[in-house]
Write a protein that binds this ligand. Sequence first.
Ligand SMILES: Cc1cc2nc3c(=O)[nH]c(=O)nc-3n(C[C@H](O)[C@H](O)[C@H](O)COP(=O)(O)OP(=O)(O)OC[C@H]3O[C@@H](n4cnc5c(N)ncnc54)[C@H](O)[C@@H]3O)c2cc1C
Length: 292
Amino acid sequence: MRLAELKKVSYPETVAEAVRILAEGENRSLPLSGGVSFVFAPLKSVEELVSLSRLPLSYVKEEKGGLRIGATTPVADLAASRAAGKYGDGILSLTARRIGSNLNRNLITVGGNLVQPFIWSDLPTVALVLNAAVVIQGPSGRKTMKAEKFFARMPKQLLKDGELVTEVIFPPLPKNSRTAYEQFALTEVDFAYLKTAIRLSRTGKKCLNLAIVIGGATILPQRASGAEAALKGKTANQVLVNEASEIAAEEIKIQRDIRCSSDYKRDLARAQVRGILERILLDQKVPEWKLF
Ligand SMILES: Cc1cc2nc3c(=O)[nH]c(=O)nc-3n(C[C@H](O)[C@H](O)[C@H](O)COP(=O)(O)OP(=O)(O)OC[C@H]3O[C@@H](n4cnc5c(N)ncnc54)[C@H](O)[C@@H]3O)c2cc1C
């Protein structure tokens, strides 16, 4: 962490005050949420950090079958949240539990994890699959942006001076929805190589609607839209599931990663997509070993 130019840390108590300080500081002031990313991303020309720790933004609330999660909610709280546990097969709390170690999870916040994705980040993949919306508060008011737009490029490039992510909204899921998230890492606390999140709704084995998102192949999560098209509206069977997994593995872009080859990541994508679909669409009892 380089702090050479840092002169001040402020602790606003309201979102309006935080927005005002950030807007006045232009690009010389930066929000500080869990602060964990500063280990990896140097603080170039930052003179002021604006701590979000006193803002009333740490909560997980149920609302009409959906969830509203405050930006400063530590991922440890998301992992433990009963409301999150009840939403969409518990995908959000299960994902939060897979982030780093206990110590990391106490610091890392939902907002920080979404605003600054790294190739190992978990929540962007799940926010995209669940069609979440990000609430942004700035000098010109409040706006909401769908995850698809938020992750179309690095979110920090979208945020103007003074704009803060304050909340993430997870919409209610249709009846008969299933969701699942899988990731592959060498150890329980290591950065995952690749992860897959799937949301679908079904009647019997007919797949009415689905989203397949792969994370960790590139920094930003990717929709496997060819694989989705192969299944949407069809009655699934093993052959179709194998085909869709193959399409997903072939269609995703893969960025160079010093830890493994691109082919290895394609193999992981194929296995994860297939394993999840066998479980939540074909109702097979897929043992863990088969997923990886
Ligand atoms: C050892 C280790 C292991 C890790 N493992 C994982 C892992 O397995 N999976 C995973 O997903 N992550 C993992 N992380 C965390 C990840 O790399 C990021 O560091 C973390 O998500 C940042 O969250 P934060 O709350 O600390 O945000 P910060 O570091 O405080 O902020 C991140 C960036 O976003 C900006 N920002 C923060 N909040 C807001 C907001 N509300 N509005 C606007 N801008 C904002 C900040 O100015 C900063 O530029 C790991 C980190 C470490 C150190």
